[in-house]
Design a protein around this ligand. Structure first.
Ligand code: KG4
Ligand code: ZN
Length: 335
């Protein structure tokens, strides 16, 4: 079954063709980073307009790369939420219209569940159930995944998401937007521990996260060292990154222990962070667990994960009704 996937929840217009939930025939991602860069963050109205401009060309490119025509698509899957509602509506309504015109089934996919599904494109895949850490620009949560469409959220961030903290710290240091990648590159040259920032474990037995105190600590350091903080940027980046990673690794390992899962997964935009992958792989090895991560190109927002999970939803008979609309909340929050 060949599924056309569409993703427009934030600042990437993406389309992909995936066969039987696992074979990626094409995956096209058009980033709007250059559009939002001058503003230091995503401007929702601009995002919606850019999705409208890009969606047709991105879908055409995905079909062309897959070597397929529109009439060879068996179904369509589009991100339903969570995300920016104006942005979501573009891809979601495009998908509905596409399916209606071709008289094929379509389904709305939860963006967070799709990120979690992104580990199922590898040669080795986790056994069910597994514990997953989702770290992106909008979310930081831990899940107990029973199957592709049934998962329990064990905890989430009480304030900023991990990626958001990377982006905000990068902004404070004048490193531009988005900042995750820049911070991680600078951190490679820095000395963690040279400057000390706090680790926010919250309740060590629970799965809540908080990154706002860490962000404030970085800001305070900048304010109190106006004359020399510039030279210390790699050290600031390394210690900030170490503080985030330590807590993320600890909580995912705790989740595996609590749920008894032997397989764990790291997904979302921040999963592209080399140091985080490395530290988690070490911790997993020490505990005798197996870590699964998506390839780097599947960590950030993409439509292959939408088409992949969409396949399983459609197979389970989850054809969305014509009047289903986009939703800014995650399926878990919808109840
Ligand atoms: O999953 P994603 O593409 O979009 C959302 O659904 O939010 O995640 C984007 C986030 C941004 O905050 C970006 O700074 C962060 O992922 N990110 C990274 C790295 N690459 C991207 N954070 C830390 N280290 C990286 N290498
Ligand atoms: Zn995402």
């Amino acid at each position: 079954m060949k599924i056309l996937g569409i993703e427009t929840s934030c600042d990437e217009t993406a389309a992909a063709v995936v066969e039987d939930g696992s074979r990626i025939l094409s995956s096209v991602v058009a980033s709007q980073v250059a559009v939002h860069h001058p503003y230091g963050g995503v401007v929702p109205e601009l995002a919606s307009r850019k999705h409208i401009e890009a969606i047709v060309a991105v879908v055409e490119e995905a079909l062309e790369k897959a070597g397929l025509r529109t009439d060879q698509m068996d179904a369509v899957a589009a991100t339903r939420g969570p995300g920016l509602v104006g942005a979501l509506l573009v891809g979601f309504n495009f998908a509905k219209a596409f399916a209606y015109a071709r008289a094929i089934p379509w389904t709305g996919v939860d963006h967070l569940e799709a990120h979690i599904y992104s580990v199922f494109f590898g040669d080795e895949v986790p056994g069910l159930p597994y514990a997953a850490l989702l770290v992106s620009g909008g979310h930081t949560s831990i899940y107990h995944v029973k199957n592709h469409c049934e998962m329990t959220r064990l905890g989430e961030t009480l304030d900023d998401a991990a990626g958001e903290a990377f982006d905000k710290v990068a902004k404070m240091l004048g490193l531009g937007y988005p900042g995750g990648n820049v911070i991680s590159e600078l951190a490679e040259r820095g000395r963690p521990g040279k400057i000390q920032f706090p680790r926010a474990y919250m309740d060590k037995a629970a799965f809540a996260f908080s990154f706002s105190g860490l962000k404030t600590a970085v800001n305070r350091f900048i304010q109190t060292h106006p004359e020399n903080y510039h030279e210390l940027i790699p050290d600031i980046a390394a210690e900030f990154q170490a503080a985030v990673i330590e807590v993320l690794v600890y909580k995912l390992m705790r989740a595996a222990e609590k749920t008894g899962c032997r397989d764990i997964a790291l997904v979302g935009g921040v999963a592209a962070n080399r140091k985080l992958r490395e530290e988690l792989a070490k911790a997993a090895k020490d505990a005798g667990l197996t870590l699964f991560t998506p390839s780097i190109d599947l960590c950030g927002d993409n439509a292959a994960m939408i088409a992949g999970l969409g396949y399983h939803l459609l197979k389970d008979g989850d054809k969305s009704p014509e009047d289903l609309s986009a939703d800014v909340y995650s399926r878990a929050a919808r109840g």
